[in-house]
Design a protein around this ligand. Structure first.
Ligand code: SF4
Length: 346
């Protein structure tokens, strides 16, 4: 299938030491009219130490619910993790008490969200919010934490860090607030950084700065990253490996280069056709017809069938399994057979 230009090749690293293992995760939402929304429906994947894994898909595909499940931030009711396992360095997060889990959040897992205004408290200065995080998670004394807050702000690119600590969130631009969130997320040197659409609310030039900062910080602090995004352009910049999600399930998994050079799943192919390529005429851009099916009403059979240009009879009857297609690739589609086989089409 179609190849795309990759702007910058992410650093290759020796990644065979597992940090996060998600297995058979099912997160359902029980709705008032008696229906069940299977927002995450049997999702399994791993993230290795030092690796950046991108979870990609349109909104409604289940990627944010997957990240909220990992952090155990699913509002219950109506949501519930009904099955599965989430292990961080072998520790089962689903077995922890809320108190134990709150220590994992911020200490071992750092988070960056799309809109920092919702995570930053508008009534406290930037400095006091970083200080609070350092005192809580790193057991630092206030004076030491204040010095460290200034240091962190310098690391994330604030030349006037001594001034920024005294300012309130509303005095900063969106890009500056996102830098502050990165400083807070990294203040505890987390093993895993979860970034959910970290650049979506920012304009294009600031997006590039924030992505570069994330790459620099990842290398400096040695964290692994789970990047949630709908934007495959962002993925090409920073990820080592990509998981493509659709209808609450992973439909393709591949190293970033392989995915961009030779997408297997028709959904991935369609996503790649919908991103701008500087070598091609913009008018040739295709958007994917139709919408993601709602999680309370998935069709029988393949969940992408209504939008797929390769749809076959069997696709309307059975939901394909995620199969190992090559040693480092997985795909959920009847066009492919296990271990490199191929039936027809794309
Ligand atoms: Fe398309 Fe069928 Fe593959 Fe689904 S299983 S993506 S409908 S070809």
């Amino acid at each position: 299938m179609q190849s795309q230009q990759i702007n910058k090749e992410p650093s290759t690293i020796d990644v065979n030491d597992s940090l996060l293992d998600v297995k058979g995760l099912k997160t359902y939402f029980y709705m008032r009219h008696g229906k069940t929304a299977k927002a995450v429906d049997d999702v399994s994947f791993s993230i290795n130490k030092g690796e950046t894994v991108a979870l990609v898909g349109e909104s409604g595909s289940g990627k944010s619910i997957t990240s909220l499940s990992i952090m155990r931030l699913i509002q219950s009711p109506p949501g519930k993790i009904v099955e599965g396992s989430i292990k961080l360095e072998g520790k089962e997060l689903l077995a922890l008490s809320e108190n134990e889990m709150s220590k994992v959040r911020g200490n071992e897992i750092g988070m960056i969200f799309q809109e920092p205004m919702t995570s930053l408290d508008p009534v406290f200065t930037i400095g006091s919010q970083i200080v609070e995080s350092l005192m809580k998670h790193k057991m630092m004394k206030k004076k030491e934490a204040y010095k460290q807050a200034i240091e962190l702000l310098k690391i994330v690119g604030f030349a006037r860090a001594e001034k920024i600590v005294k300012e309130f969130p509303h005095q900063l631009s969106g890009g500056m607030r996102q830098r502050v969130m990165i400083a807070i997320a990294l203040s505890c040197n987390p093993k895993l950084l979860i970034a959910d659409e970290p650049t979506t609310a920012l304009d294009v030039t600031i997006q590039a700065q924030i992505l570069n900062l994330m790459v620099d910080m990842k290398e400096r602090f040695g964290s692994s990253v789970l990047l949630i995004t709908h934007d495959l352009g962002v993925v090409a910049e920073v990820a080592n490996r990509v998981l493509v999600m659709y209808g609450g399930q992973i439909v393709e998994e591949a190293p970033v280069k392989d995915l961009f050079m030779d997408a297997k799943h028709p959904y991935t192919e369609a996503l790649l056709e919908s991103i701008p390529n500087i070598d091609e005429d913009v008018e040739r851009l295709e958007s994917i017809p139709g919408t993601v099916p709602p999680a309370h009403n998935f069709p029988q059979g393949c969940r992408f069938a209504d939008r797929c240009k390769y749809v076959m009879d069997i696709c309307r009857e059975e939901n394909p399994k995620l199969i190992e297609h090559n040693s480092n690739r997985k795909v959920r589609c009847f066009l492919y057979k296990e271990e490199g086989g191929f039936l027809s089409g794309g």
